[in-house]
Design a protein around this ligand. Structure first.
Ligand code: TYD
Length: 142
């Protein structure tokens, strides 16, 4: 029923525990498409050098699904389905946040030196974005 945007809610934003291979020389975590993320990975991008106090995001996506992974440091993801809003703290590199389509998000409270990797289900397409909250909310909940 993923084709029906109104059915998606903040409950569909899931924390995903990723595998860790522990070793005295350091830990290793890996992510396999359609195994640890429920979609084929089409794109990877990352956020770094984020200044203190920055707020990123401020949009939702019509079709895009993502896994957001805090590789270093921590930040908050505020997720919003048009009727409910929830704050999720990401602070472990072995726990990513799965974001389905049609969820408004804001990323904030970045710690110094934080580094965020995002695995995305589609290539970049500005037409996939809702950048206006009211337009998103109308599409999501009417
Ligand atoms: P945006 O998705 O708004 O970033 P964030 O949610 O982290 O604040 O993208 C910021 C800018 O970067 C915007 O002009 C689009 C561009 N961009 C690309 O060209 N390719 C990409 O893969 C991404 C994610 C963004």
């Amino acid at each position: 029923m993923l084709g029906s945007p109104a059915l998606l809610s903040v409950d569909d934003c899931k924390l995903i525990e990723l595998p860790v291979i522990r070793n005295p020389q350091g830990n290793l975590t890996f992510i396999e498409a359609e195994e640890h993320v429920p979609f084929p990975i089409a794109r990877v991008y990352y956020l770094y050098d984020v200044p203190e106090g920055a707020v990123r995001g401020g949009h939702a996506h019509r079709a895009l699904e993502q896994l957001i992974v805090p590789i270093a440091g921590s930040f908050d993801v505020v997720v919003d389905d048009g009727s409910e809003r929830r704050r999720i703290v990401l602070d472990q590199p072995r726990v990513g946040l799965y974001m389905p389509q049609m969820i408004w998000r804001e990323l904030e409270n970045f710690s110094a030196g934080s580094f965020c990797v995002v695995l995305a289900s589609t290539h970049y397409d500005e037409a996939d974005y809702y950048r206006d909250y009211d337009e998103f909310r109308t599409a999501a909940v009417g």
